[in-house]
Ligand binder design. Structure first.
Ligand code: OGA
Ligand code: NI
Length: 353
């Protein structure tokens, strides 16, 4: 078989945090999970703030004025925050909760069953694991995950029953929403509506679903769910099981993200920053954990096809401040290292004096 070294991704016999959290003796975290010794480091700045809201029904409206106002709002949200809550998106609530419950069902499989889906290399289309990159993470994250490639080829673990069906339906409806958002973003960048779709080969664009599980943690103030990072791809669409934990960075401060029920959170990614030549900066975010309830979040990453070179659109103001790189190379760079702020983007940024 022409695959890389088996178990390249996870140390043999790794412990997932779900099992750790369920062991009744656990009253403190093992030292390998101590992310900080300062209990104030993970506090948010303040609870009150106004996160941008984008009304999807206006963005797709037949009324030209409404649509152009929605595109202006989208422009502002991407410029100011790199983040917004999407409402009236048309994805049925039952599908969103069905998908979250299907993921819970996956994590509830036995460890032995889940390990069948560990994957063997960074771009394995199905990967179950813990932390981010457990082989290189010196400090482990309080997080288990399942990653599946949903497009251009649809993959899914064969268990639990019904998972694959709901996953296909969910990722397809998210793709439709993303298609419309990218039309709006093309326009807000001053490009033709079809620009990103066509030049970035979105027909064969990569879509990755990531299910994150953050079990209760006995010392949440010292452990980390996901450290500060930005996402690869153009847009990440995220939903959660009603439990908070996501924090977003805005003007140097961390804000707790408590989404409007039934909304979808949209996060702009590194490859949009590159394509827009730095106009829309990718957003830094992190996940803190709690000691009471399991949090499940589902992030769908939407990027170009793997062999597409992402570079600043030549139609935008010059000079280019990023070099081109294929999405595949970018992904391997991001997934092959530890998750560390926006350091991956530094690799394609042209240094100015
Ligand atoms: C991610 C991510 C946030 C969350 O998977 O990249 O940022 O709330 N997830 O779990
Ligand atoms: Ni993220």
């Amino acid at each position: 078989m022409a695959t890389a070294t088996p178990n390249l991704l996870q140390p043999p016999n790794f412990t997932c945090v779900k099992s750790l959290s369920e062991s009744s003796a656990l009253t403190s975290i093992p030292s390998t999970y101590t992310f900080t010794t300062d209990p104030n480091q993970l506090l948010a700045f303040e609870p009150q703030h106004s996160i941008p809201i984008i009304d999807f029904s206006l963005l797709t409206s037949g009324d030209a004025d409404q649509r152009s106002r929605a595109i202006q709002d989208l422009d502002q949200a991407c410029l100011e925050w790199g983040f917004f809550m999407l409402i009236n998106h048309g994805v049925p609530e039952s599908l969103m909760t069905g998908m979250i419950e299907a993921c819970r069902g996956f994590f509830d499989l036995t460890e032995e069953e889940k390990r069948e889906f560990q994957g063997t290399h960074l771009l394995s289309p199905i990967r179950y694991g813990t932390s981010f990159n457990a082989r290189v993470d010196q400090i482990l994250l309080w997080r288990d995950f399942l990653k599946v490639f949903a497009h251009p080829q649809f993959h899914s673990p064969s268990k639990p029953a019904g998972f694959s069906e709901v996953c296909l339906e969910y990722t397809q409806s998210i793709r439709k929403v993303v298609g419309e958002l990218l039309k709006g973003i093309s326009k807000s960048l001053g490009l033709e509506e079809w620009y990103i779709d066509k030049t970035m080969n979105m027909d064969s664009g990569l879509q990755i679903l990531i299910a994150n599980l953050y079990p209760p943690c006995p010392q949440p103030e010292y452990a980390m769910g996901l450290p500060p990072h930005s996402d690869h791809g153009f847009l990440t669409l995220l939903i959660q099981n009603g439990i908070g934990g996501l924090q977003v960075q805005h003007k140097g401060h961390w804000f707790d993200m408590n989404p409007i029920p039934n909304s979808i959170l949209v996060i702009t990614g590194d490859n949009l920053e590159v394509l827009s030549n730095g106009k829309y900066k990718s957003m830094l975010h992190r996940v803190v954990v709690n000691n009471k309830t399991t949090r499940i979040s589902l992030a769908v990453f939407n990027g170009p096809s793997l062999d597409t070179v992402v570079e600043p659109a030549p139609e935008l103001s010059q000079p280019s401040t990023y070099v081109g790189m294929t999405y595949k190379e970018y992904l391997e760079l991001q997934q092959g290292n530890k998750l560390d702020g926006k350091t991956c983007l530094d690799r394609v940024r042209i240094k100015t004096m």
